[in-house]
Design a protein around this ligand. Structure first.
Ligand code: GAL
Length: 956
């Protein structure tokens, strides 16, 4: 009789970090020791449970030839066209019953096999180490039939000594990966659950006498301009830095004059650690991070974080990022004036940190730890407050710190995210402080700041942030001594975030406020054949959090969303303010370290939005914090009467490592002479026939007074529109206690307003149409009068709106919507080039712009209100020119706002026969209520009496 033994899988639910791995150490690529990448195609077999298959696949001679294949690095659920299961998205709810450390019996388990030969020049002497840079969530490893061990800690490296086991050819590396393990309880980050070997697998030759672990200490004394270097190394050797004439023994400090490293001036010195067995390249940045006078200081200066939270994301590869994508992230950040990144919520691929060192970003390196789901049970059984789990927590802390400690860009270690409070966190903080006293410790989850060097919060409202800035927020004694950052704010979900400029003003006004990090960098949309980009629920998950996973400043394809463009302007490192009347511009250097010598300044002068002259502006190389008033040239002569303004730009004087020459870093605009409102004499008289009323170039339906044509252009008549497809920020998050207008707007029927026709009146000089616009079931309404006049050529519409009843909600928008049968190209004079709303309009630049109806759309992954242009003086499309009195918000789309509202994915939107144009007198603010405050009251669009006009003419 033969029977199959069930393999032991006790380790899966074991709270320990694992067995068999080497002690954590610095991550580096040797200059001369050989290495072999084991990335590529691996044999793969998926089982439904952890113990479905025995371990024979790990034995030499096992034939996995008929198995499927997956690419490593990768997540199996994103490969195999659905044959290997699907991704699951939850924000903080565990997608399995909470009973730590137990996991479900249904535990997708991927057996991976890779057979490899050693390269012919692989040295016979020395040892070898097998390194896994990231496996989610638990792996058991065998080489040539010998078990090496097993580990958890998905986004952390694990190494095994394998020298003895290697053979020249036919090495069999077998890895069993379980989706769920005790480790999953520590990895409840708000993201897709994506099992797999998703980072590199590498075999490293370790020559005799090779370096092991080493710690580069490179500090900077801003009072002397000297740096002190000491490289502590497990294996003795020498350290050389040719550019600084340094050649010292490991462990020996040396002090020389250096250029310091900062995010703005990322000076790195190439060096080498030379041991008997190998040479290791070093990239040394000298900087000193301290907490002093209650402030985070680097090289003696308080810094201001203009940061973002970055998850690793690629729409097809998930968290298996290639180098080019990582570089693209850093370049995009630098080009948008960001100076900091929090690696939410785990250490990133190490190459990303190399890029931060090289191109200059302050980094908060965060440990792979979040136990957020325990909040549902008032944090009972939270692993971070249970000694049994402390070894796993300390292991995670050590694997992060040891791997990343040689990066000058890292200024903070973060214990993790949203894990409540507990002894385990304290143990981590104590260990980190002891191991690396030269950096600070961050953690947001404990507002008493027991373990941290900074008071950090997420999504604090503006008024609270201001109080904290004024030191009126109270708190523990420890906390009151600490600087403040918002480790997350400005929730970039869908349209928004709004209110960033208001935060920035606070950050710049109070020393204690040292800036923040937008949530988050990229939408985690999964590329999908039918849906475009999928989000939570699109894979049939029984528990999910919808599109809450699409909340980034860039779209899944890494195109910047308007939120990033707005943020770039809000945090620009040069302030350019002017007074058009007296012809001066005040330039302020808002960098913390750099002077302005890398920038060139340009002025230009616009008449009616058209640049008539431009030139260079000479601005002194101001030191950080300095301002200068610079005289602008005499305004160019031009025909009088137009609207005029100055635009001043700060651009890169020469190319840098992150952007070419002439890249715009900052800009300012200031009006000289104001715009004249369009005047149309009401000289024409409406004339009625049987079916039509004519007035100037227009014809109207005689019975309803509805506009039908202007010149030869047919239109669907304009009428009042107050509805917008609610944005994620309008809808707000379910836990928000503040007013969530998106829901109230629906409750009060603003998406189903009825238009009652009260009167069509033909006067001597006007056609007047009186209506009442109101929702079923409610007494509120908007008495709306359309008054049409003409001088024979142009047609003016004046809309008067008087609210009736008790309006308890602001309006989403207030304006008119009309339809055009044909429209494609769009030209306008006003704010652009991108979208803007009342509290997201800092980056809207006044000028002449052109686009197309399709290009005006902002492709938010979940469709919602988008694409408005601000301050529009006039727009031309579909054969019409429309001038506003006053300026207006313009948008146009090939579907209605109701269709936009109903769509779940962009692929639900199909162009109809009509282009719908909204001309808005007002828009409600955007805010950040999908996770944070709604719009500040000053951005509310109150239901108040209003009057506004548009002048129509044809462009032919
Ligand atoms: C925070 C959390 C993030 C993310 C964000 C909302 O609470 O730290 O991981 O969930 O909210 O998008």
């Amino acid at each position: 009789m033969s029977f199959r033994t069930t393999p032991s899988v006790d380790y899966v639910e074991d709270v320990s970090p694992g067995r068999g791995a080497l002690a954590p150490r610095a991550w580096y690529a040797s200059s001369d020791a050989k290495s072999l990448s084991l990335n590529g195609s691996w044999r793969f077999r998926l089982s439904a449970t952890a113990d479905a298959e025995d371990e024979s696949f790990a034995e030499e001679g096992y034939d996995a030839g008929d198995w499927a294949e997956v690419t490593v690095p990768g997540h199996w659920v994103l490969q195999g066209d659905g044959a290997f299961g699907s991704p699951i998205y939850t924000n903080h709810l565990y997608p399995f019953p909470v009973d730590p450390p137990h996991v479900p019996t249904e535990n997708p388990t991927g057996d991976h096999v890779r057979v490899f030969d050693l390269p012919a020049d692989w040295p016979a002497d020395g040892g070898a180490v097998l390194r896994f840079d990231g496996v989610e969530s638990c792996a058991r490893v065998w080489l040539n039939g010998t078990e090496l061990g097993e580990f958890k800690g998905s986004r952390l490296p694990h190494e095994f000594a394998v020298g003895e086991l290697l053979k020249p050819a036919g090495n069999v590396l077998a890895v069993r990966v379980h989706q769920w393990s005790a480790g999953s309880y520590l990895e409840d980050q708000d993201q897709w659950w994506l099992p797999g070997i998703f980072r590199d697998v590498t075999l490293l030759h370790r020559p005799t006498g090779s370096a092991g672990d080493f710690f580069v200490h490179a500090s900077y004394d801003h009072t002397t301009g000297e740096g002190t270097l000491r490289v502590d190394s497990d294996v003795d050797g020498r350290v050389s830095v040719p550019a600084l004439d340094i050649d010292v023994a490991t462990g020996e400090p040396v002090t020389v004059a250096v250029e310091p490293w900062s995010a703005e001036t990322p000076k790195l010195y190439d060096g080498e650690l030379i041991t008997a067995g190998e040479r290791v390249p070093l990239r040394i940045g000298f900087r000193t991070v301290v907490l002093e006078d209650g402030l985070i200081k680097v090289n003696g200066k308080a810094i201001l974080f203009k940061g973002v939270n970055r998850h690793e994301w690629h729409p097809e590869k998930g968290r298996a990022l290639d180098l080019a994508t990582m570089r693209e992230d850093v370049l995009l950040m630098k080009r948008h004036n960001l100076n900091a990144v929090r690696t939410s919520h785990y250490p990133p691929h190490p190459a990303f940190l190399d890029l931060c060192d090289e191109l200059g970003l302050w980094v908060i390196d965060e440990c792979d730890l979040e136990t957020h789901g325990f909040t549902e049970q008032a944090w009972r059984d939270n692993p971070v407050d249970d000694d049994r789990w402390t070894p796993a927590l300390l292991d995670r802390a050590a694997r992060m710190v040891e791997r990343d400690k040689n990066h000058p860009s890292i200024v903070f270690w973060s214990l993790g995210n949203e894990a409540g409070t507990g002894r385990g966190l304290t143990a981590m903080a104590e260990w980190i402080h002891g191991r690396d006293p030269e950096r600070l410790v961050h953690y947001e989850g404990d507002w008493d700041c027991r373990d941290t060097d900074v008071y950090s919060r997420m999504y604090a409202f503006h008024d609270e942030v201001e109080k904290i800035g004024q030191r009126l927020d109270g708190g523990t004694h420890k906390r009151r001594e600490l600087p403040f950052i918002q480790c997350e704010y400005g929730h970039a979900m869908g349209n928004g975030p709004g209110g960033l400029a208001d935060y920035q003003r606070l950050f710049e006004a109070h020393d204690r406020l040292q800036g923040g990090f937008i949530w988050e960098w990229i939408d985690h949309g999964v590329k999908h054949p039918e849906l475009g980009y999928a989000y939570g629920g699109d894979f049939g998950e029984e528990l999910h959090d919808g599109n809450f996973v699409c909340d980034g400043l860039i779209f899944p394809d890494r195109r910047p969303s308007p939120g990033l463009v707005e943020y770039k302007k809000v945090i620009e490192p040069v302030r350019i303010e002017g007074d058009g009347a007296d012809g001066t511009v005040r330039v302020t250097n808002k960098y913390d370290f750099a002077d302005l010598s890398a920038l060139a300044f340009e002025w230009s002068y616009q008449v009616d939005g058209e640049t008539v002259e431009a030139g260079a502006l000479s601005v002194p190389a101001l030191a950080p914090g300095e301002s200068a008033d610079v005289k602008l040239p005499e305004p160019p002569s031009h025909e009088s009467g137009g609207e005029t303004q100055w635009t001043v730009r700060a651009v890169l004087a020469s190319g840098t490592a992150w952007a070419p020459k002439d890249h715009v870093v900052a800009w300012g605009q200031f009006p000289v002479s104001a715009r004249q409102s369009p005047a149309v004499a009401a000289s024409d008289r409406p004339a009625a026939s049987d079916r039509l009323i004519t007035l100037g170039p227009a014809s109207f339906d005689a019975r309803t007074g509805a506009l039908k044509t202007i010149g030869g252009v047919e239109v669907t008549a304009p009428r009042l529109d107050v509805w917008r497809a609610p944005t994620d920020n309008d809808d707000g998050a379910e836990w928000q206690t503040d007013t969530r207008f998106g829901m109230l707007w629906r409750k009060y029927g603003l998406h189903r307003m009825r238009h009652r026709l009260d009167a069509v009146e033909l006067g001597d000089d006007a056609l007047t149409v009186r209506t009442r616009v109101a929702p079923a079931a409610w007494e509120v309404g908007l008495a709306t009068v359309y008054r049409w006049t003409s001088d024979g050529e142009r047609l003016r519409l004046t809309v008067s709106v008087t609210p009736e009843g008790d309006w308890t909600v602001p309006l989403p928008r207030l304006g008119v919507r009309f339809g055009l049968a044909q429209a494609d190209a769009v030209r306008w004079f006003g704010g652009g080039p991108g979208e803007a709303y009342p509290d997201t309009r800092t980056a809207s630049m006044v000028g002449r712009w052109q686009s197309t109806v399709d290009e005006l759309q902002t492709p938010y992954v979940r469709p919602q209100e988008n694409g408005a242009r601000a301050d529009v003086r006039w727009v031309e499309l579909g054969g019409l020119r429309i001038e506003g009195d006053p300026e207006f918000w313009f948008s146009a789309r090939r579907w209605t706002n109701e269709q936009l509202d109903a769509a779940r994915h962009l692929t639900d939107l199909t162009p109809g026969d009509t282009v719908w144009v909204n001309l808005d007198h007002g828009q409600h603010g955007i805010g950040s209520q999908s996770c944070g405050p709604g719009p500040l009251p000053r951005y509310f669009l109150k239901a108040e009496p209003a009057e506004f006009s548009f002048v129509f003419s044809t462009t032919e």
